[in-house]
Design a protein around this ligand. Structure first.
Ligand code: NAD
Ligand code: TYD
Length: 348
């Protein structure tokens, strides 16, 4: 099978490329990636010499590039996106372009090229915040609350419409919060690990009691592999792990693993429109795809912390360019106390 993976230089896409190359010895993968701030070829240095892997630099909104990329391809797994909620609150322009228009461009090109399967990597954030005690099923109303989530909902609904209107073989997966190796350190877990390692304060939004369902990226990749091969055209599959924990608890566990004190935790102004809880019912994926997450949270967190401890060169490279200025832009406005801390070099 010839696959296109979009956004393969990012966190989940790069893990997926490695996962597929290892498990499907006859598959070849073309990685189409624009290399934005969150994509880095250093992440893929161990696969770049693999003869079944090729890289094509390009924007998913670039019609000619996307048409070129589609030639001779059997299936598409579409990861490429602007992926960080906080950035979408600062400016959502790139989110609408890449996540909505880019997805439409890919769907069109894939349809015209006769692609036989198109997996859209969507998110649980399309459902909005889950009421206490409830878990979202695939039939629940979509009610995104951040510009990021709204743009992903646009992509999700476009994919659905391409199945309904053209019979184009789309599968949509909606996964919960991922963690694991190669995650850009603007997201909560790698942010905690990388800052804690340097003894820097950890910003906790609001009361820190927002709940996320954490899934190890390898379990997500296994779910995508199953959806690609066993999923039914036009269907949606929730991929959750059943690991619901408040942010504060996650932060404390990581500080313990890194051997740093809880006093690094610093409460800062909350994110506007912050979803209180994400929770998915994944019975359909378990039943139809024969999939279940396998990695226990404590094991996965330890493995992730160990990975960041042994990969300081990766951290240095991906944060070299724009990370520090982003951190200041994002966090200085949240809290004047925190701003003072940052101005003193980030140490508490
Ligand atoms: P990421 O930010 O780490 O990676 C995104 C990748 O897309 C980068 O390599 C970037 O260069 C590339 N990209 C961005 N804009 C592009 C464009 N216009 N054209 C081509 N490439 C472009 O993101 P991630 O965390 O790996 O997320 C991957 C996908 O999974 C996204 O669609 C995201 O919405 C979805 N998802 C993520 C999570 C999570 O917890 N991280 C959970 C559920 C779903
Ligand atoms: P994040 O990793 O941005 O994922 P998402 O917003 O897509 O769930 O954030 C996970 C949770 O951690 C979310 O409730 C926001 C919170 N958070 C903080 O408390 N501090 C931070 O510095 C960041 C980045 C996130």
């Amino acid at each position: 099978m010839k696959l296109i993976v979009t956004g393969g230089a990012g966190f989940i896409g790069s893990n997926f490329i490695r996962y597929i190359l290892a498990r499907h010895p006859r598959y070849s993968i073309r990685n189409l990636d624009k290399l934005t701030y969150s994509g880095n070829l250093y992440t893929l240095r161990d696969v770049e010499k693999n003869r079944r892997y090729t890289f094509l630099r390009g924007d998913v909104c670039d019609r000619h590039k996307v048409q070129e990329a589609m030639r001779g391809v059997d299936a598409v797994v579409h990861f490429a996106a602007e992926s960080h909620v906080d950035r979408s609150i600062l400016d959502s322009t790139a989110f609408v372009k890449t996540n909505v228009l880019g997805t439409q461009c890919l769907l069109d090109a894939a349809r015209h090229a006769g692609v036989k399967r198109f997996v859209l990597v969507s998110t649980d954030e399309v459902y909005g915040s889950a009421p206490s005690g409830e878990k979202f099923t695939e039939e629940c109303l979509l009610a995104p609350n951040s510009p990021y989530a709204a743009s992903k909902t646009g992509a999700d609904l476009l994919a659905r419409a391409y199945f309904r209107t053209y019979g184009f073989p789309v599968i949509i997966t909606r996964c919960t919060n991922n963690y694991g190796p190669y995650q850009y350190p603007e997201k909560f877990i790698p942010l905690i690990v990388t800052r804690a390692l340097q003894g820097q304060n950890i910003p906790v939004y609001g009361d820190g009691l927002q709940v996320r369902d954490w899934i190890h990226v390898t379990d997500h990749c296994a779910g995508l592999d199953a959806a690609l091969h066993q999923g039914r055209d036009g269907e949606i599959y929730n991929l959750g792990a059943g690991n619901e924990w408040p942010n504060l608890e996650i932060a404390r566990r990581i500080l313990q693993l890194v051997g740093k004190p809880d006093s690094l935790l610093t409460y800062v102004q909350d994110r506007p429109g912050h979803d209180r809880r994400y929770a998915l019912n994944s019975d359909k994926a378990c039943r139809e795809l024969n999939w279940a997450p396998k990695i226990a949270l404590n094991d996965g967190l330890k493995q992730t912390v160990d990975w960041y401890l042994s990969n300081s060169e990766w951290i240095r490279r991906v944060t070299a360019r724009v990370y520090r200025s982003y951190y200041r832009q994002q966090y200085e406005r949240r809290d004047s106390t925190l701003a003072k801390v940052l101005n003193r070099g980030g140490k508490k």
